[in-house]
Ligand binder design. Structure first.
Ligand code: SF4
Length: 97
């Protein structure tokens, strides 16, 4: 299981952080654009909401740990999360060598 040491460890089932999500008042469709290209205005809008969210890092790493493969989570696209995931795995591999 991946974990960023900057984020306090919480059980996977603990979604309490979601209560503080900035997207609660937004249309959920905003976070699931048809394409996740960075220059897509919908992606930009969703990421702007995320950037003012108090739980951005919790959200981002929850999405990475849980393999969320669609939508904008923690101001990242699915492709960006896959890149972070691979980097964390590489880092963990380097730590055990
Ligand atoms: S970071 Fe974005 S998607 Fe995640 S809870 Fe906050 S506003 Fe919602």
């Amino acid at each position: 299981m991946l974990h960023n040491p900057l984020i306090p460890r919480r059980p996977e089932s603990d979604r309490g952080w979601m209560r503080d999500a900035a997207c609660l008042d937004e249309d959920p469709e905003l976070f699931f654009p048809l394409t996740e290209l960075i220059n897509n205005p919908q992606v930009d809008h969703a990421r702007a909401v995320c950037r003012r969210c108090a739980v951005l890092l919790h959200c981002r790493f929850w999405a990475i740990e849980n393999g969320e493969d669609a939508g904008i989570w923690g101001a990242t696209t699915a492709a960006q999360r896959r890149t972070i995931h691979r980097a964390l795995l590489d880092e963990q591999g380097a730590d055990t060598e």
